[in-house]
Design a protein around this ligand. Structure first.
Ligand code: NAI
Length: 327
């Protein structure tokens, strides 16, 4: 049988953590033949550490055959030791009266420290997924704080936006979500993201042709996907957790095990593709194979799409400028 791999998860006692850890331990993320050791990180705060203990008791009580070990930590230097995967979920949420700059600064501090810790102690091939918001900028900060690790191993989660878009398009076209191919979401994980179905097919038919309604695209589809997170908060009183955890599982599973030629969306550092400046962590269409992703290149960008991409890029550059002095 395979040797266990180490999976670090931060914010492990939070709501996404609660929807995520059990699925990792059951083999849904890395395969039903891959044992895992969970290295869980929470803030030192007593309440958080106690909550983490409770989650660990429940993990034990699931008696998952693939769960080869569980560790609880309050120090990233211990939590990230030799880790093969790092899911950075914990982040500072925006509190009442908190300015955007304060939020960026608080998270810059967290992700600088965690990037440095990964740089110091993680596996040299660690695959990092940042979920905690602002996810793209936090991934950028962690990447810049880990100069000895490959920049390409730092990614941000755009998969929830991708899955939300797929679900809306399946409903619109009356087809099954599993039949949709070649969908992507460009840019920032924020309402400015650009979900792009111009290349997408369902059952082999062009979704753009099936929909054939640019007004619906601009005035219904994009705002629905972009504001889905806010709609869930309004309805549930809490932000999306199970769907976010599900997207994290999808992101890492496809990265690790391959997308079999299909496009998936990942937030990854640009190498200049599509005119996105180098190192900006941007949602791109990618295919994955042998543990590596490759940005799909050569797609035509029409005027509407270029404008949308420029807008989400400008937002990301603004965030990046806002943290520059902290790096
Ligand atoms: P939550 O507040 O329920 O849990 C976050 C947990 O992280 C808390 O237990 C907290 O103690 C912990 N934490 C905070 N700072 C930490 C640090 N420095 N080290 C370790 N742990 C730390 O929040 P929830 O709902 O689980 O969401 C987590 C993050 O994911 C938020 O930033 C949220 O905005 C983001 N998110 C991102 C999505 C995406 O698509 N990229 C989708 C949904 C949420």
């Amino acid at each position: 049988s395979k040797a266990p791999v180490r999976v670090a998860v931060t914010g492990a006692a939070g709501q996404i953590g609660y929807a995520l850890l059990f699925r990792i331990a059951s083999g849904e993320m890395l395969g039903k033949d891959q044992p895992v050791i969970l290295q869980l990180l929470e803030i030192p705060d007593e309440k958080a550490q106690n909550a983490l203990k409770g989650v660990i008791m429940e993990l034990e009580d699931c008696a998952f055959p693939l769960l080869a070990g569980i560790e609880a930590h309050s120090d990233p230097l211990q939590a990230f030791k030799d880790t093969d995967y790092a899911l950075l979920v914990g982040a500072r949420p925006r509190g009442p009266g908190m300015e955007r700059a304060d939020l960026l600064a608080a998270n810059a501090q967290i992700f600088t420290a965690q990037g440095k810790a990964l740089n110091a102690v993680a596996s040299r091939n660690v695959k990092v997924l940042v979920v905690g918001n602002p996810a793209n900028t936090n991934a950028y900060i962690a990447m810049k704080s880990a100069p000895d690790l490959p920049a390409k191993n730092f990614t941000a989660m755009l998969r929830l936006d991708h899955n939300r878009a797929a679900s809306q398009l399946a409903a619109k076209t009356g087809t099954k979500v599993g039949d949709i191919r070649k969908l992507t979401v460009w840019g920032n994980h924020s309402p400015t993201m650009y979900a792009d179905y111009r290349f997408a097919t369902t059952n082999g038919k062009s979704i753009k042709d099936l929909v054939n309604d640019q007004v619906w695209n601009a005035d219904t589809f994009l705002p629905t996907v972009g504001k889905r997170g806010a709609a869930i908060i309004a309805a549930r009183g809490l932000s999306s957790a199970a769907s976010a955890a599900n997207a994290a599982i999808d992101h890492i599973r496809d990265w690790a095990l391959g997308s079999k030629g299909e496009w998936v969306t990942m937030g990854v550092p640009s190498n200049g593709e599509y005119g996105i400046p180098k190192d900006i962590v941007f949602g791109f269409p990618v295919t994955t194979e042998n543990g590596e992703y490759k940005i799909v290149e050569g797609l035509e960008i029409d005027a509407f799409s270029q404008e949308a991409i420029n807008k989400t890029l400008a937002e990301l550059q603004g965030e990046q400028d806002g943290v520059k002095h902290l790096l």
